[in-house]
Design a protein around this ligand. Structure first.
Ligand code: PHE
Length: 334
């Protein structure tokens, strides 16, 4: 090989680099081209090995040509590498740009059960009127559930509260009225409490009966209370809970622990149908005596309402069982 031939090969090699390098697009392309030109068996490396075929006088000149070529290819490779990296970064940025018009991720929110919402609302109404919230056990003794409420063992009214007996004089409370006794036994008048809670009766489930249900009990005992005060409190409640478009009606009823006793109905003004909302009455003197109050000194009144019933009237729900089915399509509506 002559210097002339080697020089021509060097030029050819540069042209073929120029051709190839125009189409480099990825780091992998770059690497395979680098190996092809500069690798241990690469085209340029082969030219360097050809140096020894040259006459000794030409080798220095030829070596310079090859070194210049090598530097140019190396720096061109470095430039290409930087360019490809920059393009990759730009492409990544474009790919990752936020599209604010895309729909968001759906995260369903939990809610309070409608019965809980109604209970809280009722509590709030009476807290505003100055009542405390009290509570008592769901497993009661016959004494608190019946006897102290003037319902003796042989009292026919016991049949009205068909009970789940647990043995040894205990049962699942059939109403929240036993809390009246528990509160009065531990406080002196004036007493103003409401007590929301779960109650249990051996009723077969149907559209209006559930063996487990909720009541709110109210009790106010103080000097000088009359039936008029009872009517006022219930009137305030009806207005706050159902709204102004309702009228109420009291009719005679019987509970062993109140005298006189009443059943309270409401009716949307301009409609026909009366709807029962609660049982109520003046606390029976025997009940006051039982807890150590003097019926000559203080009087009181009480009522008990069903939370399910309030919710059904408020929302037009026709089957009580739906509260316990945990159907999200129902629960979501509240
Ligand atoms: N405890 C009665 C019931 O469950 C309701 C009631 C409470 C009546 C307070 C009068 C006074 O039916």
């Amino acid at each position: 090989m002559t210097l002339e031939e080697l020089s021509q090969k060097a030029h050819a090699l540069w042209r073929s680099w120029e051709e190839v390098s125009a189409n480099l697009a990825s780091p992998e392309d770059l690497e395979s081209v680098r190996i092809k030109f500069l690798g241990r068996r690469g085209m340029l490396t082969q030219l360097f090995s050809a140096l020894k075929e040259l006459p000794a006088s030409d080798r220095a000149e030829a070596g310079k040509i090859l070194n210049v070529l090598k530097e140019r290819i190396e720096s061109a490779l470095a430039e290409k590498r930087a360019l490809i990296a920059a393009q990759a970064r730009l492409a990544k940025l474009a790919r990752e740009r936020y599209d604010f018009s895309l729909p968001g991720k759906w995260r369903p929110l939990g809610k309070l059960h409608p019965l809980t919402q109604v209970r809280l609302e009722i509590e709030e109404i009476f807290l505003r009127l100055g009542f405390d919230v009290a509570s008592g056990p769901e497993i009661e003794t016959e004494y608190y559930n019946f006897e102290a409420l003037n319902i003796g063992a042989d009292h026919p009214a016991r049949d009205e509260w068909d009970s789940f007996y647990l043995g040894e004089g205990t049962l699942l409370r059939t109403h929240t009225s036993p809390v009246q006794i528990r509160v009065m036994r531990t406080r002196r008048p004036p007493v103003r409490i409401i007590c929301p809670g779960r109650c249990f009766r051996r009723d077969n489930p149907d559209a209006t009966h559930s063996p487990v249900f909720h009541q709110v009990e109210l009790l106010w005992v103080e000097r000088g209370l009359t039936f008029a005060h009872l009517k006022w409190v219930i009137g305030e409640f009806v207005r706050a809970f159902f709204g102004p478009g309702y009228e109420m009606r009291f009719s005679a009823d019987f509970f062993p622990f109140t005298e006189p006793s009443a059943q309270v109905h409401i009716r949307k003004k301009g409609t026909e149908k009366w709807l029962e909302i609660m049982g109520a009455g003046m606390v029976h003197p025997r009940v006051l005596e039982e807890v150590g109050y003097d019926p000559e000194e203080v009087t009181g009144f009480a009522f008990g309402l069903g939370i399910e019933r309030m919710a059904m009237l408020r929302y037009g729900i026709e089957d009580i069982r739906i509260f316990w089915q945990n159907d999200v399509r129902f629960l979501q509506q509240f």
